[in-house]
Design a protein around this ligand. Structure first.
Ligand code: NAD
Ligand code: GLY
Length: 385
């Protein structure tokens, strides 16, 4: 993205952040959204009560922001250590988890201390899982630095790593104690990553809020440019996610709606070997959202106009929308189905999909026939060849 303009910094830095509560009884916490929060992180984190904080980040984000965060923490008397892993999805691995856990122990992080995840969804998922298991559970704070992490992965307590058997298959529910979404940090985010995160913003409109989808169609340029629309998009997305998580923390029901597009997306990520040069998570989600709507249309559930509008908006912002958009190809219908069968959303051999009766009218569809999915995928592949 372009560098932040000084006037924009001055315009909103120091303004009161928007507070989005996540009401979960004794595990309740706040999400704060605003520009410049990283420089006030020290007192906010120290207020949780800790003597030491381990900042877990990736090398790209650490080089940009770890010193500022450390300085803010140290100014309040909190001892800090920084652990930086390689950037990218491949770091959600057993090897990197061991590196982070041993790093936390080497930094003498006690149960009363804190882990601070400073980074995108990869760092948040990894550091959160390490915090869940080290010393049988250490509290942690999320400072998400990608749009995707600010609107989705830092909220709700899903943490974990990937296995050769599939994505996010090893993990734990471990809620953060605080989320600081500093929207100014997105000024340094590459445009491709900004777009990828935007797919998850649009998802909230598609699930149950058609007005928010319309708002996205009208205001997406402001979200990308870093105007007040960006803060609004992050806060509205967090509110939407917080409401779902408060109703169904451990995904026994409604929370599965947040997986709209994700059964397809996870299969695509698996097919592309989690290689970010080919596909990043949010891009896979963008294709997955379009497939979910076109599949719903094929099943006679959703008007073609709505499916077209979804793909149209995602294409307008520069996101991929079709299997043919996957660099190097997405594989055959059978291979994609195989990859889906590994997904944890499979129960008793039947596939669970989130389908839609229209924009903002998504629902959980259990027991979807594999043959119907195969036929749909074959049609998609044929139509685009
Ligand atoms: P990511 O963490 O890999 O970050 C993307 C890239 O952006 C990385 O190269 C990173 O170094 C760089 N980066 C991050 N912040 C930056 C900044 N401010 N400036 C410049 N560069 C920056 O990817 P992501 O899209 O944030 O997260 C994807 C992961 O999130 C996936 O593993 C996915 O499974 C997970 N996820 C988890 C949940 C959940 O509920 N736990 C929800 C959605 C996604
Ligand atoms: N991103 C899906 C969830 O948090 O449940």
């Amino acid at each position: 993205m372009t560098a932040p303009t000084p006037s924009r910094r001055l315009a909103s830095a120091g303004a009161e952040p928007v507070r989005v509560p996540v009401p979960l009884g004794e595990r309740s916490y706040d999400i704060l959204v605003g520009r410049g929060l990283i420089d006030e992180a020290g007192p906010r984190i120290a207020a949780l009560g800790c003597r030491a904080a381990a900042i877990v980040s990736d090398t790209t984000v650490a080089a940009l922001y770890a010193k500022r965060l450390s300085a803010s923490l140290q100014a309040t008397g909190v001892r800090t250590a920084t652990i930086a892993v390689a950037p990218g999805e491949l770091s959600k691995s057993y090897e990197t988890l061991a590196q982070v856990c041993d790093g936390l122990l080497a930094a003498r992080i006690e149960r009363s201390d804190l882990v601070v995840a400073l980074g995108g969804g990869v760092v948040g998922d990894l550091a959160g899982f390490a915090a869940a298991v080290v010393r049988r559970g250490v509290r942690f704070v999320q400072i998400p630095t990608t749009l995707l992490a600010q609107v989705d992965s830092s909220v709700g307590g899903k943490t974990g790593i990937n296995s050769p058997h599939g994505k996010n298959l090893v993990g734990a529910f471990h809620q953060p104690s605080l989320v600081l979404a500093d929207t100014a940090l997105l000024d340094s985010l590459p445009l491709r990553e900004m777009r990828a995160g935007y797919a998850e913003v649009v998802k909230y409109g598609l699930i149950d809020d058609p007005h928010f989808f319309e708002w996205c169609e009208r205001h997406w340029r402001g979200v990308f440019a870093g105007g007040p629309e960006r803060d609004e998009a992050v806060a509205r997305s967090c509110r939407a996610k917080a409401a779902v998580v408060a109703r169904d923390e451990r995904e026994d029901g409604d929370r599965a709606l947040l997986n709209l597009g994700h059964t397809f997306a996870h299969a695509l990520e698996r097919m592309t070997g989690y290689d970010p040069r080919r596909l990043v998570h949010g891009e896979a989600v963008a294709i997955g959202l379009c497939l979910a709507f076109r599949f719903s249309m094929r099943l006679g559930l959703c008007p073609g106009q709505d499916a077209g509008r979804v793909a149209g908006h995602l294409a307008t912002v520069g996101l991929p929308t079709r299997l043919a958009d996957v660099p190097g190809g997405a594989g055959s219908a059978d291979a994609l189905l195989d990859a889906m069968a590994q997904d944890k959303k499979v129960k008793d051999g039947a596939l669970t999909f989130i389908l839609a009766r229209g924009i903002g009218q998504s629902f959980i569809a259990r027991g979807v026939e594999a043959d119907a999915v195969r036929a749909f995928l074959e049609e998609e592949i044929l139509a685009q060849s």
